[in-house]
Write a protein that binds this ligand. Structure first.
Ligand SMILES: CSC[C@@H](O)[C@@H](O)C(=O)COP(=O)(O)O
Length: 364
């Protein structure tokens, strides 16, 4: 049953998170999930920037791929001169600060497009954006294979594996099978008894997206309140914690959705290994350590107001506090490298301080 050498059946998300649609893109609007799965067509760079800022598309790798298409849309709509290119790169680059995949994708687009004559930029932009999306899908599959070996090892010893995760780092966050969830899907397909503890991830509740994904895939899972994680880890009800990442500094310090650090601390106290799963586009070797990672502060109304579905089946908002209740909403935190057992990448699993060895070309 635990045959990690068996080739993966191709992972097919039930719906595309992102696809080209003529000179536009179609995204799955994640602000309506898990209640409604609606596609939204984005036809201008302004609409793409809005979709990223408002988290209609979200998750570090998916944000990067979407921004790349945003550049292609700008060049198709407004002409391919330097001014249009500069404006598109600036508008998209200003949408969200923490996930480095956004800057990585824009830099890759610029590297390819800048040297070209304006007349040949348009097609090249679509080709490069497609390549970024395709590479991300392949990268997710490889992360899945490497993480599978880890989960299979645990399951061989004890017959099953209980994974805790935070936020959403599944197919909704990428163009493929996901990062943290890719090993889970790979294990499930191989018949390994894998169960996932899913923390709801206040305030934007991305854990509910994870719950929705896992339910669709038939992977056994349990939703928990964020604050229950420490208890479950201390009680020995978790074998391994795996989260995604939004930026990994040169020393291995890792930014991820706020609440990740508390899980890493509780995991260390309980003796449970804490892993991060991430592609090369999340590595930022130019950033020496976690103190240099910009942390996004989002609108405090994300705490004051909850979204849900009313009895009439409509998405509804419910105010939890008076509108002027003092609130702060840092959206990410940084887990120090010393709390991380390993980083699961598409090239293998490395200790956080040893990523340079796996990615020498990025370390230069
Ligand atoms: C696969 S991206 C890393 C995730 O774990 C995560 O932090 C994330 O989904 C990013 O958050 P979001 O703010 O929803 O874009």
């Amino acid at each position: 049953m635990h045959d990690t050498a068996r080739p993966d059946p191709p992972f097919r998300p039930p719906v595309a998170t992102l696809r080209r649609d003529g000179d536009a893109i179609a995204i799955l609007d994640q602000t309506l999930l898990p209640f409604r799965g609606e596609t939204r067509r984005l036809e201008s760079v302004g609409e793409v920037a809005e979709a990223i800022r408002m988290m209609r598309v979200r998750g570090a790798p998916l944000i990067g791929a979407t921004a790349a298409y945003g550049v292609a849309i700008a060049l198709a709509a407004d002409g391919s001169g330097n001014e249009v290119l500069d404006r598109a790169l600036a508008a998209l680059g200003a949408t969200r600060p923490t996930a480095v995949n956004l800057q990585w994708a824009l830099a890759r687009m610029e590297r390819v497009l800048r040297p070209l004559a304006p007349g040949s930029r348009r097609d090249a932009a679509w080709r490069e954006a497609d390549a970024i999306a395709d590479d991300d899908a392949a990268t997710c599959a490889a992360i899945g294979r490497h993480g599978l070996a880890l989960l299979a090892g645990i399951a061989r010893r004890q017959g099953r594996v209980r994974v805790m995760t935070h936020c959403n780092a599944g197919w909704l966050a990428t163009c493929g099978a996901g990062t943290a969830l890719a090993p889970v899907y790979a294990a499930h397909v191989q018949g390994i008894a894998v169960e996932v503890l899913v923390s709801e991830t206040r305030p934007r509740n991305q854990g509910l997206l994870t719950e929705w994904e896992l339910r669709q895939a038939g992977v056994p899972h349990t939703l928990i309140a964020d604050n229950a994680a420490g208890l479950l880890l201390a009680r020995g009800e978790v074998d391994v914690v795996i989260t995604g990442a939004d930026r990994i500094a040169a020393n291995g310090d890792t930014a991820n959705k706020v609440g990740t650090l508390l899980k890493a601390l509780a995991a260390r106290e309980a003796g449970v290994p804490f892993y991060v799963a991430a592609p090369h586009s999340t590595l930022d070797f130019a950033c020496a350590d976690g103190t240099r990672i910009p942390i996004e502060d989002r609108d405090a109304d994300e705490l004051r107001v909850v979204r849900g579905i009313g009895n009439d089946g409509r998405v509804a908002e419910l105010r939890l506090t008076p509108h002027d209740a003092a609130a702060a909403n840092p959206a990410f935190d940084v887990t120090p490298a010393r709390l991380i057992a390993g980083i699961i990448t598409e090239r293998g699993i490395a200790a956080p301080g040893e990523l340079h060895g796996l990615y020498p070309e990025q370390a230069r």
